[in-house]
Design a protein around this ligand. Structure first.
Ligand SMILES: Nc1ncnc2c1ncn2[C@@H]1O[C@H](COP(=O)(O)OP(=O)(O)OP(=O)(O)O)[C@@H](O)[C@H]1O
Length: 254
């Protein structure tokens, strides 16, 4: 079966050292690794926002550089880690730019997970960090909503759970999983290993610009792999369909 996204021997000086990974249609991929490992760099390259020094990325069998910007914008969406600057627009004015209908309609699946209706009339500059993140996730998904409805969308989300309270972390993880179950392909980075291993179909473990392991979470999130990459003590237990991850503090003080 052709991969929706194929990454071969991707190199960016001092940041990625020949990374090869791929995503099949409907894959829900979580990318984990320590600070500075190269998660954002990899995702930015896959999004087509930075040119690699070497290597090749294809979307649906066609090299990334052969897709027009318009085609990319309607098929794949990107949530960046550093939120873009915003003007004092209301949330609904801001989201209207990304809505396909003239008046803003938030699809019920997005509203159920993101719960943004209560602050639609607020200036975007007056939101809390987590509220702003929920709006940005909504913005990113609205941009390709017609494709997501058809199960043909690709979403590249850099730390979408960042700043969210626990309810919304699990709600967003569920939203992403549901979109993938309809045929869409999502690649998202995360620092919450315990959540990620239970909400992805594939886990990519990255360290110092190299993919250490990729595949099913139970194959990748082993005690050995996690200890090697994160330099902490881990305990990993499979309980029925649930992978329980526990971690000890990496240092003692005094
Ligand atoms: N624009 C840039 N130019 C050069 N080097 C960069 C740039 N952005 C990041 N780097 C470096 O590339 C490496 C990978 O950074 P990257 O942001 O991809 O890591 P990350 O895994 O996403 O980390 P974090 O978990 O902290 O978000 C780091 O050493 C970082 O200092």
């Amino acid at each position: 079966m052709n991969a929706v996204i194929q990454v071969s021997d991707l190199e960016i000086e001092k940041r990625l050292n020949g990374v090869s990974v791929n995503a099949q249609k409907g894959d829900c991929i979580h990318v984990i690794g320590p600070n500075g490992a190269g998660k954002s760099t990899l995702m930015t390259a896959i999004a087509g926002l930075v040119s690699p020094d070497n290597g090749r990325i294809t979307f649906k069998g066609k090299p990334l550089e052969y897709w027009s910007l318009a085609e990319l914008a309607s098929m794949r969406t990107v949530l960046a880690q550093q939120l873009e600057l915003s003007f004092a627009l209301s949330v609904s004015e801001y989201l209207s730019f990304y809505s396909i209908s003239e008046s803003l309609i938030i699809p019920s699946m997005l509203e159920t997970a993101l719960e943004i209706a209560t602050f639609l009339n607020k200036p975007i500059t007056q939101l809390s960090g987590g509220e702003r993140q929920r709006v940005e996730i909504c913005r990113a998904l609205l941009q390709i909503w017609p494709q997501l409805l058809k199960g043909e969308g690709i979403a590249i989300l850099d730390e979408p759970l960042q700043g969210l309270d626990i309810r919304h972390q699990y709600a967003v993880a569920t939203l992403v999983q549901t979109l993938c179950s309809k045929g869409n392909t999502v690649i998202m980075s995360s620092h919450d290993i315990g959540l990620s291993v239970n909400y992805c179909s594939q886990l990519w473990l990255i360290q110092q610009g190299n993919i250490v392991a990729s595949g099913s979470p139970s194959k990748v999130a082993t005690q050995f792999n996690l200890e090697k990459v994160f330099e902490c003590h881990f305990s990993v237990n499979q309980k029925n369909n649930f992978l329980e991850i526990q971690v000890c503090a990496p240092i003692t003080l005094e």
